[in-house]
Design a protein around this ligand. Structure first.
Ligand SMILES: Nc1nc2c(ncn2[C@@H]2O[C@H](COP(=O)(O)OP(=O)(O)OP(=O)(O)O)[C@@H](O)[C@H]2O)c(=O)[nH]1
Length: 769
């Protein structure tokens, strides 16, 4: 045992040391990469400017020569003949002088030219051109040089290899042949903004030509500069292309859900998330499975904590997402990631079905993910597996022994009992699902978690879902992008590529994406930047628009129904007691017609929680609270995600509102704004006034004249108005968070220490559909 512990410690130390070294190495590499990138950009910029300058000079020279030729008798050209106009002559001379390696050149200019390989510089080799052969010779004369001179002047001195000289010779010949390239007019797709380089690519033109054109219009620009669609359209038509203007969102077109090639599909491992009620053993089960795989897997292969890990059973792989719980699962889903194939529902055999077991079932069902039940803690004396099975029956989870199709396995996470059977059940379910992906295509995946690592920069754990992710790929995730610099698997090993269903740490992102963001490989950096820019803009706009409208509101849902022809009205209902919830669900069910019906994505007793808001966001549902409130986290999440929470205390009102929304006949909306909460610290009995609550405002503010509710244990006890709002002895219009005050209700006295007084304002807004 001791030996094993020592070995583990040693391995851990080694791993820490490796990691430190790796981090240092990475930091150096990041700095080096950035330096190179800066240099590359600078040299590209200089080169583009130089090319443009040369082109302009060449053009001026051509013009001057053409004029000279026109004046010369019978095609006899005298290179030294006086130029036709002083301006042209000047231009031609200036151009020639720049190309000449003569004494008139400014010091350092030659070095400068040599420092830029690939830049075509005209060299003056004053050979008198021969007459006739107008086509080719005209081309030759243009440069006022001979091919040999052009090549030997520089290359000989620099001792270039023969093959590189030949390549340049070929290139030079090509450029000198005066046969104009056949011009193809294209339809160029132009989004609302585009980089010059990307526009040039789409037109199949050289970016230098575009920049030249812009220079002629008096605008100095670089290939990476972003221009508006109007200017892009002008450029495209100037180059003889037609234009198709598209919406900005079209930049995202085709990056996700690219069809797999059916012939290339191969089986892929299932991806599993573990869910269940608190303390039923989710973490223990994940740990137990991980440990088993380490023992049976390769020696020393200590699994890293990267957000997901893979195990092997009978030679087949299974991927487990390492963040247990339905809240994380649905939060990811709300961001668009459909990462999970199978949900393992952990139910403790000594505790049976509990509220979060039911939530988990609804979350899995709402995502259409099949469930496998792990009846855990089977080793405990009070364990009763059949009670679990019947408990599940009431929530429409029919396990095999009850005549259903849901697989169930009795396990003990702490004793390691039947874990292999659970893994076999997962593989069986996976086989039924026939999970496939095309490993040969470009990769798509989902971000499971991401953080900024001091040494390594942004690190995203990505679950590759289809295709193979490779080092060097350019990826977009959420509103971030990057070039994959390194891939690290769950064993901490650097790998070159990651196949479908593999979780892998991705290094090289420019920023940190969010868990649940989808990741895709795109063709080039320009495209990646364009998508990331677009998404950042959209995120900013959403932030601004957030308060203006809510997406999970009854009104919006109705208009969505009308727009999309959807027939379901998704609602999430939380109530104070099971009885009232059943009554509400029954009443809402009865409202359904052939055209539209309410779909309850989840219902349950208790406060509205953050996980309810996440589920509502993922299913586009509105939340209805009947005599219950949302806790602080849920309120924050609903404000952040734009999910409406409606509170009711009369079933009739609730059903009426839903009915009106469903039939599109909404009366003016009663829009409620939460103002603040005050906690009752003490209750005083004061003659003439009655019971007065001594309160501390814990959140927001309370206002006289606003609506108030008395809440006890997250349940609404009373709703009404305030009789008094006092600070010390004075009546005041408002009291803010952190201050104490005295409050009394109009005609209501059942107040207790620990109760919360919620303050809200009501507006009536006309509904427009
Ligand atoms: N006897 C017994 N105890 C178990 C078993 N599985 C888990 N436990 C215990 O149950 C307790 C809760 O286990 P966790 O794994 O933390 O449960 P969880 O569902 O992850 O809990 P949260 O993370 O709080 O939601 C711990 O004390 C475990 O040791 C089991 O199979 N048998």
């Amino acid at each position: 045992m001791d030996a094993r512990r020592r070995a583990l410690e040693l391995a851990k130390q080694r791993e820490a040391e490796d990691r430190r070294l790796f981090q240092e190495q990475e930091a150096r590499r990041i700095a080096e990469d950035e330096r190179r990138q800066r240099e590359r950009e600078e040299s590209e910029r200089r080169q583009a400017e130089e090319n443009v300058r040369l082109e302009l000079e060449a053009e001026a020279r051509r013009k001057a020569e053409a004029d000279a030729e026109r004046r010369a008798p019978q095609g006899k050209v005298d290179a030294n003949a006086p130029a036709p106009s002083p301006a042209d002559a000047e231009a031609a001379e200036a151009a020639a002088a720049r190309g000449r390696g003569d004494a008139r050149r400014r010091p350092g200019e030659e070095d400068d030219a040599r420092a830029r390989p690939g830049v075509r510089r005209p060299v003056k080799g004053a050979e008198a051109p021969k007459p006739a052969r107008p086509d080719r010779d005209a081309g030759r004369r243009r440069g006022k040089l001979t091919l040999d001179k052009a090549l030997t002047a520089d290359d000989g001195a620099r001792g270039r290899s023969l093959s590189s000289i030949r390549r340049r010779q070929e290139k030079f010949k090509r450029s000198q042949q005066n046969t104009p390239r056949e011009k193809i007019a294209r339809e160029v797709t132009i989004p609302e903004t585009i980089s010059i380089q990307e526009l040039a690519n789409r037109m199949s033109e050289r970016s230098v030509d575009v920049i030249k054109f812009l220079m002629q219009q008096g605008q100095m620009m670089k290939p990476g500069d972003i221009i508006e669609a109007d200017l892009a359209e002008l450029i495209a038509s100037e180059f003889g292309h037609t234009v198709r203007r598209v919406a900005e969102s079209d930049v995202e077109e085709g990056i996700f859900n690219v069809e797999d090639n059916v012939e290339k599909l191969q089986s892929r491992p299932p991806v599993v998330t573990i869910m269940g009620h608190v303390d039923h053993g989710k973490t223990s089960l994940l740990d137990a499975i991980r440990k088993t795989s380490v023992v049976s897997g390769e020696s020393g292969g200590i699994t890293q904590h990267i957000g997901a890990y893979q195990v092997e059973q009978d030679g087949q792989k299974i991927t487990f997402i390492d963040t247990p719980g339905h809240a994380a699962f649905t939060a990811m889903r709300a961001r668009g990631a459909e990462a999970t194939d199978i949900a393992v529902l952990v139910v403790a055999a000594d505790d049976s079905v509990m509220p979060q077991t039911i939530e988990s079932i609804n979350h899995a069902k709402s995502a259409g993910v099949p469930i496998i039940v792990a009846i855990n803690k089977i080793d405990k004396p009070g364990a009763d597996a059949s009670k679990v099975r019947t408990g599940l029956l009431q929530h429409e989870v029919f396990v095999e022994s009850m005549g259903g199709e849901v697989l169930d396995v009795e396990v003990s996470a702490t004793k390691g009992l039947n874990l292999d059977k659970l893994l076999e059940a997962i593989l069986l379910q996976a086989e039924l699902l026939d999970l496939k992906a095309d490993p040969e295509r470009t990769a798509e995946g989902s971000v499971i978690e991401a953080q900024l690592d001091k040494g390594r920069g942004p690190v995203a754990t990505v679950l590759v879902q289809t295709g193979t992710l490779k080092i060097g790929d350019i990826v977009v995730a959420g509103d971030e992008w990057g070039r994959v610099r390194a891939l690290i698997n769950d064993k901490g090993e650097q790998i070159k590529e990651a196949a479908p269903s593999t979780p892998v740490e991705v290094l090289g992102m420019q920023g940190t994406p969010l868990a649940g963001d989808r990741m895709a490989v795109v063709e080039n950096e320009g495209k990646a930047r364009e998508i990331a820019d677009y998404r950042q803009r959209v995120a900013r706009e959403k932030q601004v628009a957030k308060n203006a409208g809510q997406r999970g509101s009854l009104e919006q849902m109705m208009s969505q129904l009308q727009d999309t022809g959807l027939k379901e009205f998704p609602l999430l209902i939380k109530g104070d007691v099971q009885g009232s919830i059943e009554a509400i669900v029954g009443a809402l069910d009865a409202l359904g017609t052939d055209e539209v019906r309410a779909r309850i994505v989840h219902s349950g007793a208790g406060a509205i929680t953050e996980s309810d808001v996440a589920l509502a966001a993922a299913s586009n549902a509105a939340i209805i609270g009947f005599n219950v409130r949302a806790n602080k986290q849920a309120r924050d999440a609903s404000a952040r995600d734009g999910i409406e929470i409606r509170y009711y205390n009369i079933i009739y009102d609730l059903v009426d509102d839903v009915k009106d929304a469903m039939s599109g006949l909404l009366s003016p909306e009663r829009r409620e704004t939460f103002l603040g909460n005050a906690e009752i610290r003490e209750v005083f009995n004061i003659t003439k006034i009655g019971k007065v609550a001594g309160c501390l405002v814990t959140e927001g503010e309370v206002e006289r004249g606003a609506g108030v509710r008395l809440i006890r244990d997250n349940v609404v006890i009373h709703e009404g108005t305030l009789k008094t709002l006092k600070r010390f002895k004075d009546e005041v219009p408002k009291v803010i968070s952190g201050q104490e005050c005295g409050m009394a209700f109009e005609r209501y006295e059942d107040i207790r220490q620990g109760d919360v007084i919620e303050c809200f304002r009501v507006e009536h807004v006309a509904r427009t559909l």
